[in-house]
Design a protein around this ligand. Structure first.
Ligand code: ATP
Ligand code: MG
Length: 325
């Protein structure tokens, strides 16, 4: 395990949308750390709060409460000018590369603007040089600098999105479903690109996805989220080998792997996700949990440290040994 101080620390993050009387509790008391050089996966069903956490980390949405620390500095306390200078360190790769690139700008102007805003543009020639370097870094020919976004394929556009994020030499990247708008046939190319760049540039990453295969391939550790709360945190290998929280078990069972040596032992998820406006009392997963007890409705389970980097928020210690009822 890493003994270095975390690069990112999230403490008790809450984000509610709408009026207090019927607030959407999108993120409710979430804490985790991301170590330098680590890729942390964030998984959970649609609506579980993944994007909201990613956006809150970069202060693209204001948190309701809690703290986000970057190298120990509270981003919520950063002034406007401090935050502008931190922005280059903290970048985002978006789900839909087309929507996030200005269609009226050539690629060289899109990248040039990012360089300019953060003071990385040092004269015309050096900027053109840097743009050519960035395109090469993401596997595109430098001539493509003269093109407009619509003149690229989806995978190429995502490469431009990646080049733009990297143009300002970030330390930390939030990649929010960077593959889901792409053809399956080119997803693996973009995964490999992200993997190479991460290693080459020593990037720290929060990787948001509901493609569990990609998470297993790319991430060092995983946070499993349900209805705005953390259910389980574990090293990737341990989680996929032996999920300990009933929700993680169900989520992994819903994405079965054709492996005859590992028979399916867990039941996939049943029923609908409750409304985040009026979440169940106690454990929010209890209404869909095959192991729920009366006590699960009483108090919200703490995230317990199980050792070996594993944590789970569940009062039952025996679910791993039980077969589902
Ligand atoms: N601007 C907003 N106003 C009101 N509610 C919002 C807003 N943004 C998100 N929400 C709500 O917050 C909850 C979490 O949304 P979020 O987009 O973070 O989920 P997600 O895990 O990223 O889902 P997906 O996998 O579909 O992308 C959802 O209930 C969503 O409807
Ligand atoms: Mg999302």
């Amino acid at each position: 395990m890493s003994i270095a101080a975390p690069l990112i620390e999230v403490r008790g993050l809450q984000k509610f949308f709408g009026p207090p009387s019927r607030a959407v509790r999108a993120v409710d008391d979430v804490s985790f750390v991301i170590h330098p050089g680590e890729t942390l996966g964030l998984v959970g069903e649609s609506g579980s709060g993944k994007s909201t956490i990613g956006r809150a980390l970069l202060r693209l949405v204001e948190s309701t409460s809690g703290q986000i620390l970057y190298r120990g500095e509270d981003l919520g306390a950063a002034t406007g000018s401090r935050m502008r200078s931190l922005r280059s360190k903290l970048q985002m790769i978006f789900q839909d590369p087309y929507a996030s690139l200005n269609p009226k700008m050539r690629v060289r102007d899109i990248l040039g603007e990012a360089l300019h805003v953060h003071g990385f543009a040092k004269g015309k020639e050096a900027t053109a040089q840097r743009i050519a370097e960035l395109l090469k870094l993401v596997g595109l020919p430098p001539e493509h600098a003269a093109r407009y976004p619509h003149e690229f394929s989806g995978g190429q556009r995502q490469r431009i999105g990646v080049a733009r994020a990297l143009s300002v030499q970030p330390e930390f990247i939030v990649a929010d479903e960077p593959l889901s708008a792409l053809d399956v046939s080119i997803q693996s190319q973009v995964v490999n690109l992200l993997c190479d760049l991460r290693d080459q540039l020593q990037l720290t990453m929060l990787f948001i996805s509901h493609d569990l295969d990609v998470v297993e391939y790319l991430c060092d550790r995983v946070v499993v989220l349900y209805l705005g709360r953390v259910m389980e945190v574990a090293p990737t290998e341990a989680l996929f080998e032996r999920p300990l929280h009933p929700y993680s078990q169900a989520l992994l069972a819903a994405s079965p792997k054709p492996d005859p040596l590992q028979p399916m032992t867990h039941v996939p998820l049943q029923g609908d996700i409750p409304s985040p406006v009026n979440p169940p009392s106690g454990c929010v997963f209890r209404t869909r949990c095959p192991y729920a007890l009366e006590a699960c409705a009483q108090a919200r389970p703490e995230l317990q440290d199980l050792g070996a980097g594993r944590f789970k928020a569940c009062i039952r210690d025996d679910v791993d040994a039980l077969s589902p009822p």
